[in-house]
Ligand binder design. Structure first.
Ligand code: DAU
Length: 352
C-alpha cells in the first residue's frame, strides 16, 4: 500500500513516521512537508535511508505542486498532519494558519478526490485534528465526538474549518474520510514553542520559566506515541465517515506541569528542585486563553480498544530526559527564526 503522510517533519508526524515506517516494510511511505520553521528533517534521521521511506518538499497551499506529487505517488491512505499548530503564533500571524490549515487541506482534499475518482474502496483520508475546535470547558465536563464546535483562537478556528471541509468532502463527494480530535501531545522532537519544551529548555539554561496568568489553566496530556498508536488503530479499524476523540485522561494545571518538569530536571541533573522552582515567573496571560480541555475517549476505547499506555509522570520524565540527551537536535531548531519568535513573544527580558 502507498501511504502519504503530510507534515511528517513536524512533531506528531515525525513520531508517526519513526514508529510506523520500520514496523511496516510492506507499505511505502511518502512524507510531504513544506519545511517551515517547525519542520525538522533531523527528527527523521534514523529512518531516512529505509527503502520504504521517501520525502518531498511540498507546500500544500500550492495546489499545482500538491496535485502533481499526489498524482505521481497514487496513495491508498493519506494521513494529514500538516498544519500550523501554535496558538500564540496564530494570534500574531493568523494569515499563515488560513493558508496552511484551510487552503492546504482544501488542496489535498481536491487532489485525493481527483485521483481517487474511479474508486474510493480501500482508500482513506485521515484528518488529524485537535480538541481545541470545541472551545473551552469550565471546571467540569469533557469534550466528545458530539460536542458542538466553538473554536476560540485563529488556530482553532482554522482547524475547525478544515474539519468541516473534510466532512463536507465525505458528505458531498463520498470521499472516504476519518477524523481524530486529540488533546495536548508531548514527547521527544516537540518544537520549543509549546509549554513543555519551552520550560525544559529554559530550565536547562536557568532562564525564567514563563507561566501565563496564574498557571491555573488545565490541559489533558497525551504522550505522542500513544496518539500515533491511536491514529494507526483508527486507520486499521475505524469506520469511514466517523470521528474519534483521543485524550490522555491526564488533566493537569499548567503550574503542575511546570513543577513536574522542575522535579525531573532536578533528578536528572542531580541538583536541587528548588533552584528550578525559583525560576517560575508568572507573565501576561494569552489573549482569549481557553481555561480547560478534557476528552471523553470512551468511543475509541470501547469500539476500537485503544487506551493510553504511558502515565503522564512517566512520559514527562522520559521527555525531559530526551531533551537532555539530544543537544544536537535542540541546536538544530534554535535557528534565527526561533530566536526571533522567542524574543518577540516573551520579550528579551524574560529570555535573554
Ligand atoms: O489541545 C490540543 C492542542 O494543544 C493542539 O491542537 C495545539 O496544536 C497545541 O499547541 C496545544 O495547544 P495549547 O495552546 O494548549 O498548547 P501550548 O503548549 O501552547 O500551551 C499549553 C498551556 O500552557 C496553555 O494553557 C498555555 C500555557 N503556556 C504555554 C506556553 C508556550 C504557558 O503558560 N507558558 C508558555 O510559555
Amino acid at each position: 500500500m502507498n501511504i502519504l503522510v503530510t507534515g511528517g517533519c513536524g512533531f506528531i508526524g515525525a513520531n508517526f513516521l519513526r514508529r510506523m515506517v520500520p514496523r511496516h516494510p510492506e507499505h511505502q511511505f511518502l512524507n510531504l512537508d513544506a519545511l517551515t520553521y517547525a519542520g525538522n528533517p533531523l527528527s527523521l534521521q534514523e529512518i531516512e535511508d529505509l527503502p520504504n521511506y521517501d520525502f518531498a518538499k511540498v507546500n500544500l497551499a500550492h495546489s499545482a505542486d500538491t496535485h502533481q506529487v499526489v498524482e505521481a505517488f497514487q496513495p491508498d491512505w493519506v494521513i494529514h498532519f500538516a498544519a500550523e499548530t501554535h496558538v500564540d503564533r496564530s494570534i500574531k500571524f493568523p494569515g499563515d494558519f488560513i493558508q496552511s490549515n484551510i487552503i492546504g487541506t482544501y488542496n489535498l482534499l481536491e487532489s485525493c478526490r481527483t485521483i481517487w475518482s474511479d474508486q474510493f474502496e480501500g482508500r482513506i483520508f485521515h484528518h488529524v485534528s485537535t480538541d481545541e475546535v470545541f472551545g473551552e470547558l469550565g471546571e467540569t465536563g469533557a469534550f466528545s465526538e458530539t460536542t458542538p464546535y466553538d473554536p476560540s483562537s485563529p488556530y482553532s478556528a482554522s482547524k475547525a474549518s478544515s474539519d468541516h471541509l473534510v466532512r463536507a468532502w465525505n458528505h458531498t463527494y463520498g470521499l472516504p474520510v476519518k477524523i481524530t480530535n486529540c488533546s495536548n501531545n508531548y514527547g521527544p522532537y516537540q518544537f520549543p514553542e509549546k509549554l513543555i519544551p519551552v520550560m525544559v529548555l529554559k530550565g536547562l539554561t536557568m532562564e525564567p520559566l514563563p507561566v501565563y496568568g496564574k498557571g491555573a489553566n488545565i490541559r489533558d496530556w497525551l504522550f505522542v506515541n500513544d496518539h500515533v498508536d491511536a491514529i494507526w488503530t483508527v486507520l486499521e479499524r475505524g469506520e469511514i465517515g466517523e470521528t474519534y476523540a483521543i485524550g490522555g485522561n491526564s488533566e493537569r494545571t499548567n503550574l503542575q506541569v511546570v513543577e513536574g518538569i522542575c522535579r525531573s530536571l532536578a533528578q536528572l541533573t542531580n541538583s536541587s528542585e528548588d533552584q528550578y522552582l525559583q525560576l517560575i515567573s508568572f507573565v501576561a496571560d494569552r489573549p482569549g486563553h481557553d481555561f480547560r480541555y478534557a476528552i471523553d475517549a470512551s468511543k475509541i476505547r470501547e469500539k476500537l480498544g485503544w487506551e493510553p499506555s504511558v502515565t503522564f509522570e512517566e512520559g514527562l520524565h522520559q521527555t525531559v530526559e530526551w531533551y537532555l540527551q539530544n543537544p544536537e537536535w535542540i541546536n538544530s531548531v534554535k535557528t534565527g527564526a526561533y530566536r526571533e519568535w522567542i524574543d518577540t513573544h516573551y520579550g528579551k527580558g524574560v529570555n535573554s
